[in-house]
Each structure stands twice: as structure tokens, then as C-alpha cells.
Design a protein around this ligand. Structure first.
Ligand SMILES: Cc1cc2nc3c(=O)[nH]c(=O)nc-3n(C[C@H](O)[C@H](O)[C@H](O)COP(=O)(O)OP(=O)(O)OC[C@H]3O[C@@H](n4cnc5c(N)ncnc54)[C@H](O)[C@@H]3O)c2cc1C
Length: 661
């Protein structure tokens, strides 16, 4: 037992990141074990892995049970040959994800301050750079394997009827495993956040930081005044496209949706997807903000270091350091100025509660001494989508196929091309080709704000199936195979098009609580998906709009036909009735991993606020939360760019507090 009374076995997850919790036995194949037989690492078996394994084999010796792919992995040695970190820094940043990497990097610019950046996950590797591999990583230890609590009536077609909520666990966090879609949110989203009393967060305020962080390489739009050219994060269009994306944009225009830069302030319409890539390689927040500064003496980065507690003086209510575990050993490190919590929308509220900041009654019931009674974890919004509106196309043979094919992406020619120029099917972000914002007839928003984002795919969830197919997308979503096979088995790997509708402003609201006081336990995650009938009605309206799109000449020239999937979970619903679609959405209720508001930002008058508009935790000094958990209300965006923007903005606010010009 260690000082806190934790059993050795409670550190198991840390020492053996794969542990038994993966819960997806059929995707575990290549693995390494230590002498006692303990599993150290594991990767799903896929055609891509087969190929890489052959490449890596000469470097692997059975005496060395380390991860087979370590030789391809990035590393962050302490600068100046230091063997161990200092015992005190100006700032400690917990979590090096989209926001954490940005804030740590900016605070150490020009030697302004010293920062220790603690990250539970490992650095990136060659494979994480390959955009089309994104879905594979949801079955590896590059994510936290969180599951939503079982909720009757949703996620019915997922394994064990539970939705999987993976979160990035890497130097770079979510930006290492995500689909790289770059979105900023509509101006009204941010203006509403500011109007709620969050000074400094209007669209014009945040635009400054989007521009600062961006290095746009977008053919048509790159020079527009709202785009950045000198920032850290490379944003590109994807050069490899199917004809389906043109059909989507053309069909959109036929229905009155202009083709636009959807990140422009007036860009309400459809547009080619913009991605965080650099010459076709993933450009994570770690690549953008940390990798170029490895030798910076003021920035110490410690991967594989899990923070277990924020140290707060209970008398003065001042944060002064953290406890963390590295290689199974507990350490303490002190912060001279501030502790910055950037552990993401699930781990940040969990960490606050473990450290005594949270709802008083809940903390009491967990036996955690209360330092500050705050509504931590009591608000949670998420973006869910429906991947099952699938249209079959005319192309049956490889020469007439319109959609992406995994087989083609893995041809040697394509791989070599990706290494040379970055332009090959390997740089497709999970086959996402375009995005379209729509406002459905059921919306009651008085302003021109979309309620649905359509994500146009150069294929569908059936596209990586067939003989030898990786099935990585459906595995990543944890779809139940029986339900999937009954619904789509007959068109597995067929030529298809689909658009996922994503519900942008759900009315349904969830929450997070602790399950116990063990920092190695996962918290209780309650989604409360589709509990408001408006959310269901919006989905159905969106699916009807997708059907209209597929009926336009742009799609009809390819013979697009809605596939009549039969869901085991909906035996009595008449195909294509509203009842059918409601049941289908309740079957494949897939998250797009945008949980927010769990450490909600708000003015002192907001009873649900955890941090103030400068991201300082109410009632505790020298402690801020800087990540996507502070976003107080739903935004029309995927959260990677917003989280990096939050990191950028927080750095300026912190510098202003501590007297930098
Ligand atoms: C599979 C997937 C696909 C996605 N696709 C997209 C997309 O295409 N576009 C988009 O914009 N967004 C996407 N997102 C969402 C986006 O990536 C996240 O919203 C964003 O990365 C969140 O940033 P963050 O800084 O709040 O947290 P994170 O990036 O999650 O960073 C938190 C970091 O803290 C670390 N951490 C947690 N606990 C501890 C601890 N106790 N000690 C030390 N370190 C800790 C974590 O390991 C992690 O690295 C996706 C997310 C996922 C999971």
C-alpha cells in the first residue's frame, strides 16, 4: 500500500495501460507481455498492422517486451540532459491535449515562465500520423476506454447496449486520435456565450485566437481575413476526393445551400472539409505546439505520468501543486504560481472532485473532504450522430466504384505516395469529405443558427468491411455485430454514400459523478441522450433532408437508393416511417466525442458555473481549468479547434494576471 492507502493493484491500469478493460477482445491481436505474462501493449489486427509488423519485425527482440512500435514513437526527453524534473515550477499543466499543449507552449515562450506538463498518455508515433488510421486508435491505449452508463432506449445497437466514449490519451490528447475536422463554431454561438456574462468570449474575441493559432493552407480560402497564416496549427483541405463530395455540394446547391468556407463568419452552407493536417499528415496539438520546442529549457514534458490529485491548502483554499504517478511511483511537485487543469471534459471534472471541489453532498457520499462546494460535472452536453442513413450506388465493380475502398488505400503505390507527398487515400480523415450546416423546419431558433451538421462521407460504415476489411469504424463505435449484420450485412463493403446528421444543440443534458474516490476508476458518465422529444424530431427532420439531397439529379446520376436496413431492435417499425427512424437513431446512437460544460464557465450569477470567464475555479485560488470542459453551452463545432483556441486565450489571460506584457 502507498501513503494514500491505495492497493498496488489500483495502479494496474497505469502500469499496464491496456489492462483488461479494453473490452473488445476481437480487436486485440498483436501484443507484448513481460516475463510474468502481463500484457504490456496490444494493437488490433488489421491489414495495415500486418504490413507494419513485417517492417518492424527486425527491430524487435523477444528479450525486449517493450512496445513493438516504440522505435516509431516520438519522445520528449527533459531538456539539457536532466534526469528528473524539478520539485517546483511556475505552472503545472495537467494534460497535454488540444488545450493543454497550447497553453503550456505559449506560457513558456520567450522564457516567460517555467512549466511542467504532465500527461498520462504516450507520445505519438508514425501510425498516428496517418489520417485514415484514425478509427483504429479507438481500440488501442491511445484512448481512455470510457463507457456511458447504460440508458434504456438509446445505444441499443452498441455492444452491451452501451455507448463508448473514448477520449484521447496521448501527448496531444484528442488531437492525436480524432478525425481532424477543423471547425470553429458559428459567430452566434460565441456571441451567446458572451451575452450570458462571459466577458471576453464573443465571436470577435475568440476569432483573434483562432487566427493566431492557424497556419491555413486552403487553396481558395486561405487568404481571407478571418484565416490565420502564421500560426502553429496547419489547416488544409484534403486533395484526394471521390465524386460523391461534388454530388453533395451540387445537390446542396440544388436545395439552396451555397458552397462556402464553412468557417467563414457568414459561411452558412456546405463546404469541403478542412482538416488539421500538414502535407497530408495529422497535425496534432503536440506536433503544432510541443514538438518544435523540445529543447526549450522552460518547458518540461512528462508523458506516462498520471496526476492523481491537485494539492490544495484547505485553510487558504489555494492550489499549490499536484501528486502524480509515474512508473508506479508517486511523486509530488509544487507550483509557484498556478495549477492548470487541462485533462479534458471527463478527467478534469473527475480530478476536481477527487481533490475536494464538487457538489458537497456527492463528495461527502464518496468520503472526500470538501474544499469547495461547486456544481462540477452537473452539466454535460454531447454531440451525437446517426451513421445509418446509407444509400447504395450503381458502382458494383472496382472500376466503377465511387466510394473510398480500404483495399485501394493500402496498395503499396498509395502508401509510397503518402510518404512522398501526403496525397493519397491514406490522408482521408475517415472518408469525411464535406460538411453542411442546415436549419431544419423543427428549429425554433430566432437566428440563422444551424441545428444539424451533415457530415458527407465518401462511403459509409460498410466501406471498410468485406473479406479482409478492418471494420475499424464500426469497431471504433462498438456497434453490436449481430445488429449490424442484420441491418447492413447484405451490403457490406458495397459502393455507398452516406451523410451523418450531427445534432448540434441537443436539449437533453447529462452529468458526471464519481463512482468512488480512487483516481484510477472511471467516473459515472450519464448521457441522457434523446430524453427531450425535440432532439428526436430534429434527427428525423435531418434524415428527411438527407433523403431530399439523395433525390437530386447530382446523386441520382449515380443511382443513389436509400438502403432499407432492418434493425433487430425495431422489429415492428415500418421502413422509412418516423417511428422507424426514431428507433434506428436509438439503435445506432453514436457520439462524436464532444462532451462539454462539465466544468462550465459562467459569471458569478450562474448557479451552474464552476469557473469564471477567466477560467479560475470559483472559491479556490491559483487553479484554472483550461480545456473543452469549460465551454458552457453547445456550439456548432467539433471541439479540437475550440479547445486549442481556449489554450491560446488562457495563456494571454494568465500572462495578464501575472504581469507580462
Ligand atoms: C475519436 C475522436 C474523434 C474526434 N474527432 C474530432 C474531429 O474530427 N474534429 C474535432 O474538432 N474534434 C474531434 N474530436 C474531439 C476533440 O478531439 C476533443 O474535443 C478535444 O481534443 C478536447 O480537447 P481538450 O484539451 O479538452 O482535452 P483532450 O485533448 O482530451 O486532452 C486531455 C489530456 O489530458 C490527459 N489526462 C487526462 N487525465 C489525466 C491525468 N489524471 N493525468 C495526466 N494527464 C491526464 C489525457 O490523456 C489527454 O491527453 C474527436 C474526439 C475523439 C475522441
Amino acid at each position: 500500500q502507498d501513503d494514500e492507502g491505495y492497493q498496488e493493484s489500483q495502479f494496474e491500469e497505469y502500469r499496464n495501460p491496456y489492462a483488461a478493460k479494453v473490452g473488445d477482445e476481437d480487436s486485440l491481436y498483436y501484443s507484448g507481455r513481460d516475463r510474468s505474462g502481463r500484457l504490456l501493449w496490444s494493437y488490433p489486427q488489421t491489414p495495415m498492422m500486418d504490413m507494419l509488423l513485417q517492417t518492424a519485425a527486425p527491430y524487435y527482440t523477444p528479450k525486449n517486451p517493450r512496445d513493438l512500435f516504440d522505435f516509431l514513437r516520438d519522445s520528449y526527453p527533459l531538456p539539457g540532459g536532466l534526469k528528473s524534473p524539478y520539485s517546483e515550477y511556475d505552472f503545472i499543466v495537467v494534460g497535454s491535449g488540444s488545450a493543454g499543449a497550447a497553453v503550456a507552449s505559449r506560457l513558456t515562450e520567450d522564457r516567460w515562465a517555467s512549466v511542467l506538463l504532465l500527461e498520462a498518455g504516450r507520445p505519438e508515433m508514425l501510425l498516428t500520423d496517418i489520417p485514415s488510421m484514425a478509427p483504429y486508435f479507438q481500440s488501442t491505449d491511445y484512448v481512455w476506454h470510457y463507457y456511458m452508463e447504460k440508458q434504456p432506449g438509446v445505444c441499443l445497437g452498441m455492444k452491451d447496449q452501451r455507448c463508448f466514449w473514448p477520449q484521447g490519451k496521448a501527448v496531444g490528447g484528442g488531437s492525436v486520435v480524432n478525425y481532424m475536422i477543423y471547425t470553429r463554431g458559428r459567430p452566434q454561438d460565441w456571441d451567446r456565450i458572451a451575452a450570458d456574462g462571459n466577458y471576453g468570449w464573443s465571436y470577435n474575441d475568440v476569432l483573434k485566437y483562432y487566427i493566431k493559432s492557424e497556419k491555413a493552407n486552403l487553396k481558395k480560402y486561405g487568404k481571407n481575413p478571418y484565416r490565420g497564416r502564421d500560426g502553429e496549427v496547419s489547416v488544409e483541405s484534403v486533395n484526394i476526393r471521390t465524386k460523391l463530395v461534388n454530388a453533395f455540394l451540387e445537390g446542396g446547391r440544388e436545395l439552396g445551400h451555397p458552397t462556402v468556407d464553412y468557417n467563414a463568419p457568414d459561411g452558412f452552407g456546405f463546404g469541403y472539409v478542412q482538416v488539421t493536417q500538414q502535407r497530408g499528415h495529422r497535425h496534432s496539438s503536440a506536433r503544432a505546439y510541443l514538438h518544435p520546442h523540445k529543447r526549450r529549457h522552460s518547458l518540461h514534458i512528462l508523458p506516462e505520468s498520471k496526476v492523481t490529485k491537485i494539492l490544495i491548502d484547505p485553510q487558504t483554499k489555494t492550489a499549490y501543486g499536484v501528486e502524480y504517478v509515474r512508473n508506479g511511483v508517486k511523486h509530488t511537485v509544487r507550483a509557484r504560481k498556478e495549477v492548470i487543469l487541462s485533462a479534458g471534459p471527463i478527467a478534469s471534472p473527475q480530478m476536481l472532485m477527487l481533490s475536494g471541489i464538487g457538489p458537497k453532498d456527492h463528495l461527502n457520499s464518496m468520503g472526500i473532504p470538501v474544499i469547495k462546494d461547486l456544481p462540477v460535472g452537473q452539466t454535460l452536453y454531447d454531440h451525437i450522430c446517426f451513421p445509418g442513413a446509407i444509400f447504395t450506388l450503381n458502382g458494383t465493380h472496382s472500376d466503377t466504384r465511387l466510394s473510398f475502398s480500404e483495399e485501394q488505400a493500402l496498395e503499396v503505390k498509395s502508401i509510397m505516395q503518402w510518404f512522398r507527398t501526403g496525397d493519397s487515400a491514406l490522408n482521408s480523415p475517415g472518408a469525411v469529405e464535406a460538411i453542411g450546416y442546415i436549419k431544419t423546419p423543427v428549429s425554433d431558433d430566432p437566428e440563422l443558427v444551424p441545428d444539424i451538421e451533415l457530415i458527407s462521407i465518401g462511403g459509409s460504415i460498410v466501406s471498410d468491411g468485406g473479406r479482409g476489411g478492418s471494420r475499424s469504424v464500426r469497431k471504433g463505435m462498438r456497434l453490436n455485430e449481430q445488429v449490424y449484420d442484420e441491418a447492413f450485412g447484405a451490403i457490406d463493403n458495397a459502393d455507398t454514400w452516406s451523410a451523418f446528421p450531427m445534432l448540434l444543440h441537443p436539449k437533453s443534458k447529462g452529468y458526471i459523478q464519481l463512482k468512488d474516490a480512487n483516481p484510477f476508476s472511471h467516473p459515472k458518465l450519464v448521457g441522457n441522450y434523446l430524453t427531450d422529444p425535440k432532439d428526436v424530431a430534429t434527427f428525423i427532420a435531418a434524415i428527411r433532408h438527407i433523403q431530399e439531397l439523395a433525390s437530386t439529379p447530382a446523386f441520382q446520376k449515380y443511382g443513389a437508393r436509400l438502403y432499407p436496413a432492418r434493425y433487430l431492435t425495431c422489429p415492428d417499425a415500418e421502413f422509412n416511417s418516423d417511428e422507424y427512424w426514431e428507433c434506428a437513431v436509438r439503435t445506432f446512437t453514436a457520439t462524436l466525442h464532444h462532451q462539454i460544460a462539465t466544468c462550465r464557465m459562467g459569471p458569478p450569477t450562474d448557479p451552474l458555473a464552476v469557473v469564471d470567464p477567466e477560467l479560475r475555479v470559483y472559491g479556490v485560488s491559483r487553479l484554472r481549468v483550461v480545456d473543452s470542459s469549460v465551454i458552457p453551452r453547445t456550439i456548432s463545432a467539433h471541439n479540437n479547434a475550440p479547445a486549442m483556441m481556449i489554450g491560446e486565450k488562457a495563456a494571454d489571460m494568465i500572462k495578464a494576471t501575472w504581469g507580462s506584457t
